[in-house]
Design a protein around this ligand. Sequence first.
Ligand SMILES: NC(=O)c1ccc[n+]([C@@H]2O[C@H](COP(=O)([O-])OP(=O)(O)OC[C@H]3O[C@@H](n4cnc5c(N)ncnc54)[C@H](O)[C@@H]3O)[C@@H](O)[C@H]2O)c1
Length: 270
Amino acid sequence: MLTGKRLLITGVVTTDSIAWAVAERAQLHNAEVILTTFDRVRELTETAAAALPRMPEILTLDASRSGDFSQLADALGDRRLDGALHAIAFAPRAALAGDFLSADDDAIELAFRTSTTSYARLAGVVQQCAGPEGASLVGLDFDADGRAWPVYNWMGVCKVALQATMRYVARDLGPSGVRANLVAAGPLHTRAAGGIPDFQSLLDAYEAAPLGWDATDPGPVADAVCFLLSDMGRAISGEVLHVDGGYHSLAAPGVHAGAGRNAEVAAGQS
Ligand SMILES: NC(=O)c1ccc[n+]([C@@H]2O[C@H](COP(=O)([O-])OP(=O)(O)OC[C@H]3O[C@@H](n4cnc5c(N)ncnc54)[C@H](O)[C@@H]3O)[C@@H](O)[C@H]2O)c1
């Protein structure tokens, strides 16, 4: 499905990372994968990368530093990129939990720069490195409808803004053949999720998902990302694809008869 494609994959920090599952599947689909990491987590990324089917090259990108994006493009040089995964999110605790209104401006601004505007910056790198056949940029969203959760706070705001960012990128880069999309995933046990206070309350909500939801299996999300990175998604841009067991489609989660199948059943199907 991805034979001959060169893909830039951000966001691998452990083997539980959604990005790791995408990198693994992409390699199994014969893509050349290049990862990015930054100083604070470089050793963790290298350890996780060593567990992939093939050890990939690892470039540097701190998404909170705009200058890193031009350096990333320089490091790629004249290598063509066929696609990229944006799997980056960070918010200081003050922006992620507690009193929504008392989060300080610095925390909100850092969360927005790292988690949201970085999608547009990465799009710039993809545009610069895309060949004549174009390229595909995919990002990762949570709850594309922007509802207020018991936790998540300013990260929820960042994710809604991420959708808008994606649509403007899709508008502006489409004529160069660059597609821009998001996959909105249900909650998954990753390092980032571990930083969300009371993450369990999000997991509890997804018990109502019509197909069930296995928070330990990023495979269905990774498969959807690979689809959008592949030529099978060649006419899709500006889209948010939900991979959440159908949870987003419910108006009153948990109220309908027979709400949710258990996670074991869902896991057996993936
Ligand atoms: N885990 C979930 O429940 C879930 C659900 C939907 C969407 N997502 C999204 O998936 C994406 C990946 O998260 P994950 O859950 O796999 O967790 P993760 O912790 O494995 O990945 C988050 C990544 O962001 C990177 N990152 C943080 N600050 C950075 C910076 N300044 N520069 C570069 N990279 C930086 C981390 O190094 C890490 O690799 C995020 O956008 C997250 O919001 C996660």
